[in-house]
Design a protein around this ligand. Structure first.
Ligand code: HPA
Length: 268
């Protein structure tokens, strides 16, 4: 753990209290409102030296520490993407801080394009695995042997089971699938989508994979849920744009929030 992360954790505990956090939640495009549901203290990233400056519209750059369904959580309203800085490890410090706050779990959310007709816009998908289609890795340059992180069951089977149980109990349909990380910021070409689909991906997006690799590196259990905001390029005549992503995210967001709330209640 870096000294910087320890110092930031001390600063955050000073503002939000000493009680350990159980779970970190990273909010994707169009999902920022979930932070408002948390009863706690919001700290702007700008007050946390070393936290990323994220300029992506649809993301609120606040860290919120507080109770969500009775569970103490850290909500990262702003996520740094590889495409903003060219740095694959842009979320490393926030995740180190999460660990220093006592959490042992990270749940990432994102907006994604679908490659599956049975997973249309407005669906949600629990990630079962990923394909790193970018060839990048947030651990490049990490000097210790800890960099050789095993990635089997990177998406924690127990957390996934809990999320599935919460979805079933609430009557929410949630697909299971493989997410491919494409660096962005341009969207994929139809030929790329065809290729990624043949490789075994069900959805595609520009985030989450680096965070899951970093979480596993730090010894955090990881899980992730996508909201499907569009059919991927060439799959339909639907327009693909960031505006469209933000406009469509609320369709799946309500389902995602229901699953998340049920999962958190199950942790008590
Ligand atoms: N591709 C990549 N990222 C995305 C998409 C997509 O189609 N939709 C939302 N985020």
């Amino acid at each position: 753990m870096s000294k910087n992360a320890e110092a930031l954790a001390a600063q955050i505990k000073g503002a939000a209290g000493e009680a350990p956090v159980r779970l970190g939640l990273i909010l994707g495009s169009g999902l920022g409102h979930i932070a408002n549901e948390v009863d706690g203290v919001a700290i702007p990233y700008g007050d946390l030296p070393g936290f990323p400056h994220t300029g992506v519209s649809g993301h609120n750059a606040n860290l919120v520490i507080g109770d969500f369904e009775g569970v103490r959580v850290a909500v990262f309203g702003g996520r740094a993407h590889y495409y903003e800085s060219g740095r694959g490890d842009a979320m490393r410090l926030p995740l180190e801080v999460l660990k220093a706050l006592g959490a042992d779990m990270m749940l990432a959310t994102n907006a994604a394009g679908s490659m599956r007709d049975d997973m249309p816009t407005g669906s949600i998908m629990c990630l079962s695995d990923h394909i790193n289609f970018s060839g990048l890795n947030p651990l490049i340059g990490e000097p210790t042997d800890a960099r050789f992180v095993p990635m089997k069951d990177a998406y924690d089977p127990d957390i996934r089971k809990g999320l599935r149980a919460a979805a079933t109990a609430a009557g929410v349909e949630m697909a299971d699938g493989v997410y491919a990380w494409y660096s962005g910021p341009s969207f994929e070409t139809p030929a790329e989508i065809k290729a990624i689909g043949m490789l075994g991906a069900d959805a595609v997006g520009m985030s989450t994979v680096p965070e899951v690799i970093l979480a596993r590196f730090l010894g955090l259990r990881a899980a992730a849920i996508s909201t499907i905001t569009n059919m991927a390029a060439g799959m339909s005549n639907e327009a693909i744009s960031h505006e469209h992503t933000k406009a469509m995210a609320p369709l799946g967001a309500a389902k995602l929030e229901t699953v998340l709330r049920g999962y958190l209640r199950g942790l008590l």
